[in-house]
Design a protein. Structure first.
Lengths: 110, 643
């Protein structure tokens, strides 16, 4: 695999993995705060960094059926949220290719 | 010794007379007390054929043949100049007489005299009588001369005359305003010594007038730096026509160009010696380290770093397996034919992958950096940890020693570079950049680092002030510095995928080296070989790449590793050995291929001496292919070159 470094974000408000502080996304990349995950409040992000993606699975959610995959922190392997691959409801299509990070698993880092 | 008209005979006799002439002159030169004045300084009127009009040449009754296709007059005049340069003044005089060619016309000699004696008005008058290059800027020539005049007036503290020259003679020439400003600022100098220092000028009594002559007669190529010109900026210098006033030391500069040309075409050039003029130069590919002669397999995971000790006798390797191994090269020979690398220490205190290693200048200590956010200082003899530096809050990515070995710098992606002393106390912090790699120059003047924001940061290592930073236009994860402290070498990753050589003083690009694959992982490079003639890099395509530093030509692409080649290191004392470290958990040692025909010749000539310096082998043993390894090892491992 070789030696590779985590991506370091450069905005004024950065969300990191609560466990290991690895940078995950910028505050400016939040698309919506109106989500809920297993641990309560969750945010929809346009882009995230330093994550690895699990295999896609089909999941029934409050807004309908979706194909999603869990995402975990590349550094400590802690699951931090999920990614939407596909939304079956046309009205939910805006989520495709976007990421959910659970607020409870995040911490503000610099 | 009359030159005959028959082509073949005349050539033979020219060669002949040249030889005997040189011999004769060398003994004659002892008696003459001359400094070349007889030839150069336009007493130039020699008895015999050359008269005042000699330069235009009295047409000889029959045209003399060319010198193997070269212009006879050019060759002869250059030879005359060389004889003078060599101190064979009498021979030069004899040659002028016999050939009926003169080194320079009386007008040129007169001009030369005028310049050397500081008779500026006369020199200017004479200048207009000389043949000037058609695209030459006469004003520029005048500027050079008047600048000398100005400086000489300042030297004797005649400020009012100097000012007059500046105002009425230099300014109207419409040359660079900056030059005028810097000249006028010299009027503030408090003494002649101050003036000389500030103007980088050695005074009327020094060599400055001769340098002025060279400048007036030189062409651009002889004036450019000889190796590694920073850019292709061509410094065209306006000059007096070369056929009238031959540029100084013309033969030497021609020979230098020939050598440079041969060296630049010698792809495998790996010796620091200047080539002989007697034969054309060529370094054999067989003499280049192209073969894996040993594979070190002790690491349990990917090997990310490798570095030779400064004395070339040990090797340190660092791995993702959290371990540093120090290897001893019991025997180094021209051909490493046996298992020479013995692991002597396994340093196992880190709790994260090893990212970086650096031997102290005296090799007594080793620094290791790790993803466990610590750097450790090790005793390389006993193998124990002396100090742990735990101030970083993220991976420690890199480190470098000060040349005196009393302090060192660690860099981290936590935005800090920290300067430490040997007691593990932090002395200084440079904050702001998340550092991937850093170097301190061998002369201790600069600290250079590359960071996550795709920038190069250069600091004055003495004052600790920042000198400059530069956007690189891509991620660079590796930086090396040349031994002469003038150049840095960067590996550029995703999107760029090349190596870049930069002038550390200015940050300007000098050269690019392409071919490697580098997308997302740290791939490291190094300088190496005799005189650091080569640039080497790992690559994500599992090959090792070698280029000529001087021209960027790709020398070799060496397969062998499976998976990424993370790091390469050249043995600083052996131009025929380097090491590479890979994701395949192996460290490969590259050297010259063992030569099969050695086997029969080895008996009876093998030495038991543990030779560490391959450069001092006697010539005869090189021819025999003699290698210095214990006899017992030879039979089993001599052909250990294929894996």
């Amino acid at each position: 695999m070789g030696l590779s470094y985590n991506v370091y974000l450069n905005s004024s408000r950065i969300y990191g993995c609560k466990n290991c502080k690895t940078h995950l996304s910028n505050h400016e990349d939040i698309l919506s705060r109106n989500f809920r995950g297993q641990h309560g409040k969750a945010y929809l992000f346009n882009a995230v960094v330093n994550i690895s993606e699990a295999e896609p699975v089909e999941r029934n959610m409050t807004t309908g059926r979706h194909v999603v995959r869990d995402i975990s922190c590349r550094q400590c392997n802690e699951i931090v949220g999920w990614k939407y691959d596909k939304a079956y409801e046309a009205s939910e299509g805006y989520k495709e290719g976007k990421f959910i990070l659970e607020a409870e698993l995040l911490v503000n880092v610099r | 010794m009359r030159i005959e008209n028959n082509g073949l005979n005349s050539q033979a006799s020219v060669a002949d007379s040249g030889r005997s002439g040189a011999n004769g002159a060398s003994s004659a030169a002892v008696e003459t007390n001359g400094n070349g004045a007889g030839i150069r300084n336009g007493s130039g009127k020699l008895e015999g054929g050359s008269t005042a009009s000699s330069f235009t040449m009295l047409a000889p009754p029959t045209p003399k043949p060319s010198y193997f296709g070269h212009d006879r007059e050019e060759i002869t005049r250059i030879v005359i100049q060389s004889l003078v340069d060599l101190g064979y003044h009498r021979a030069a005089g004899v040659l002028e007489e016999e050939s009926e060619y003169t080194l320079e016309s009386p007008e040129v000699s007169e001009f030369r005299d005028a310049v050397l004696q500081g008779q500026w008005n006369k020199a200017e008058e004479l200048l207009f009588g000389l043949e000037i290059n058609k695209d030459a800027d006469v004003n520029a020539l005048l500027f050079y001369m008047r600048q000398q005049k100005f400086l000489e007036l300042l030297e004797v503290a005649d400020v009012s005359k100097a000012l007059h020259v500046l105002r009425t003679e230099l300014t109207p020439l419409n040359q660079s305003v900056e030059k005028l400003h810097s000249l006028s600022s010299l009027m503030m100098c408090i003494s002649a010594d101050d003036l000389k220092a500030r103007a980088e000028w050695d005074g009327a009594a020094g060599l400055s007038r001769q340098q002025l002559l060279s400048e007036l007669s030189s062409n651009s190529s002889s004036n450019c730096p000889l190796v590694l010109t920073d850019s292709d900026v061509f410094c065209a210098i306006e000059s007096i026509s070369a056929s009238v006033m031959i540029p100084e030391h013309r033969l030497a500069s021609l020979l230098h160009q020939v050598k440079q040309n041969q060296l630049s075409k010698c792809l495998y050039h790996n010796t620091a010696n200047s080539p002989s003029l007697y034969t054309d130069h060529h370094c054999d590919r067989n003499q280049f380290p192209l073969s894996t002669v040993e594979i070190l397999t002790d690491h349990k995971d990917e090997v990310w770093f490798v570095q030779f000790s400064n004395d070339g006798t040990r090797l340190a390797t660092g791995s993702k397996d959290y371990t540093v191994i120090i290897w001893d090269l019991e025997v180094i020979s021209l051909v490493v034919a046996s298992k020479d690398f013995q692991p002597i220490h396994h340093l196992k205190e880190h709790t994260g992958a090893i990212t970086y290693l650096r031997w102290s200048p005296d090799d007594s200590k080793l620094l290791s950096c790790s993803q466990d956010k610590q750097a450790k200082l090790w005793d390389t003899t006993a193998g124990g940890c002396i100090k742990t530096m735990g101030a970083h809050t993220d991976w420690v990515s890199s480190c470098a020693w000060a040349p005196d070995g009393q302090t060192f710098v660690t860099g981290s992606v936590d935005r800090e570079m920290i300067l430490w002393n040997l007691y593990g106390e932090s002395i200084h912090r440079w904050t702001g950049a998340r550092v991937y790699d850093l170097v301190v120059t061998a002369d201790g003047t600069r600290l250079a680092a590359v960071c996550t924001q795709m920038k190069l940061h250069v600091y004055n290592f003495v004052t600790r002030e920042k000198e400059y930073e530069r956007d690189l236009g891509g991620v660079s994860t590796c930086i090396s510095v040349s031994k002469d402290s003038r150049y840095i070498l960067l590996n550029m990753g995703a999107g760029v995928q090349e190596l870049r050589l930069l002038n550390i003083e200015t940050g300007a690009d000098v050269r690019h080296f392409s071919g490697t694959k580098q997308e997302e992982f740290v791939v490291r490079n190094c300088f190496g070989g005799a005189d650091e003639n080569f640039v080497v890099s790992g690559s994500e395509d599992s090959n090792v790449y070698v280029w000529r530093k001087e021209n960027g030509a790709l020398v070799e692409v060496l397969p062998g590793h499976s998976g990424i080649v993370n790091c390469v290191a050249w043995n600083p004392t052996n131009p025929y050995m380097f090491a590479s470290a890979g994701d395949d958990r192996n460290v490969r040692i590259w050297s010259k291929a063992p030569q099969p025909q050695l086997k029969g010749k080895m008996k009876g000539v093998c030495s038991q001496s543990h030779k560490r310096d391959p450069g001092c082998l006697p010539e005869s043993s090189k021819q025999l292919g003699l290698i210095f390894v214990p006899l017992s090892l030879l039979t089993s491992n001599l052909f250990y070159n294929t894996f």
